[in-house]
Ligand binder design. Structure first.
Ligand SMILES: [Zn+2]
Length: 289
C-alpha cells in the first residue's frame, strides 16, 4: 500500500514530462542562486553522487552511494519536506544532499563515466524497511564503528551500531588536534587556563553528546562546530597550557560510512553487501521505470 503511494506520488502529473513519462522528474532548489532546476531523477542522482563521494572510489562504492542518494531523495519527496519555491529537493547540505551540475563542472570524462555507470547499474533502486523508504543517512568516515539512531522521537531500527574495519584509509580516521586552554574555556564564557573537561553523556556507540568545561555545559555538536572538528567521537587530554582532542572519523556516524564502503568494495564486496552491512534488515527495491 505504501509503495503504491510512493509511486503515485513520484509520478504525479506536474513532475512527468510527456515524452519520457516513466522516469520521475524533480524540481531542485539551487540555494546559492535561489533558482529551481528541473531534471530527471536519475540525472539528479548522477549530480549527487558526483558531489557526495570522490569519483575515484571503487565502482561498487559509487553504486552503494547512488542507492543511498536515491533513497534519501525519494524519502524527502514523499515527506514533502518544505523547500523554497515549492521545490522537491535542495542542494543545501544543511537540509538535503549536495549536488554538482555536471554540465557546468568539469569532473573529468573518466570520473563522469564511472559515476554514470554506477547510477545506471542501480537505476530505480531504493532501500525499504517495513515497506517504506529509509532515511538513508551516510557520512564520510565512521572511525571504527557506526552509531545507533538516537535522539528525537523516532528510533530507526535500520540504523544500528556496526563495526567497520574498512575506513582506515580516510585521513580523518584518527586525528589529534591541539587547542590553547584559553580557547576552550572561552567556549563556555570562561577565562581560566586550568581546565577540567568531562564528557557528560554520549550516543549509544560513545560519541559525545554533552560536555562539561569547568562545570559549564556545552553540546558536543556546538563544540565540534566551533572548533571545526571532524566528528563528535572525542577524547580529551588536558595539559597545563593546551588540550589535545582526539577525534575518530568524519561526520555523524549514522548509516553508511563512505570510506568504509570503498574499503569493502576494494575487498570484493558488492554494493548490496555494503548496504546490508550499514543498514540492518533492509530490502533493496527497484522502482519500475
Ligand atoms: Zn567506517
Amino acid at each position: 500500500m505504501l509503495l503504491v503511494f510512493i509511486l503515485s506520488y513520484l509520478w504525479r502529473n506536474s513532475h512527468v514530462k510527456p515524452e519520457k513519462a516513466t522516469e520521475p522528474y524533480v524540481k531542485l532548489y539551487l540555494h546559492q542562486k535561489g533558482e529551481v532546476m528541473d531534471l530527471y531523477l536519475e540525472d539528479y542522482i548522477i549530480g549527487t553522487v558526483a558531489a557526495e563521494m570522490p569519483a575515484s572510489f571503487a565502482l561498487e562504492a559509487l553504486k552503494a552511494q547512488a542507492v543511498c542518494a536515491r533513497t534519501y531523495a525519494i524519502k524527502k519527496i514523499i515527506d514533502q519536506h518544505p523547500y523554497p519555491r515549492q521545490a522537491d529537493l535542495s542542494d543545501d547540505i544543511n537540509c538535503c544532499q549536495a549536488f554538482c551540475d555536471i554540465s557546468t563542472h568539469n569532473i573529468g570524462p573518466d570520473n563522469l563515466k564511472r559515476i554514470k555507470t554506477a547510477v545506471k547499474e542501480t537505476r530505480g533502486e531504493i532501500m525499504l524497511y517495513d515497506s517504506r523508504p529509509i532515511d538513508a543517512l551516510y557520512h564520510s568516515c565512521c572511525g571504527g564503528k557506526t552509531d545507533n539512531s538516537w535522539g528525537g522521537s523516532v528510533h530507526l531500527n535500520y540504523l544500528k551500531e556496526v563495526k567497520c574495519k574498512y575506513c582506515t584509509q580516510s585521513p580523518h580516521y584518527y586525528e589529534k588536534h591541539h587547542f590553547p586552554n584559553s580557547r576552550l574555556a572561552a567556549l563556555v564564557g570562561g577565562k581560566d587556563k586550568t581546565l577540567n573537561i568531562r564528557i557528560l553523556s554520549t550516543s549509544p556507540a560513545g560519541r559525545a553528546n554533552q560536555i562539561s568545561i569547568n562545570g559549564k555545559k556545552i553540546w558536543a555538536s556546538d563544540l565540534r562546530r566551533k572548533l571545526n572538528l571532524p566528528s563528535q567521537w572525542l577524547s580529551f587530554k588536558v595539559g597545563p597550557q593546551q588540550t589535545e582532542i582526539t577525534t575518530r572519523g568524519y561526520g555523524h556516524g549514522l548509516g553508511m560510512c563512505q570510506y568504509g564502503a570503498n574499503g569493502m568494495a576494494k575487498r570484493g564486496k558488492s554494493y548490496e553487501d555494503i548496504l546490508h552491512h550499514y543498514y540492518q534488515d533492509i530490502q533493496i527495491y527497484k522502482l519500475p521505470y
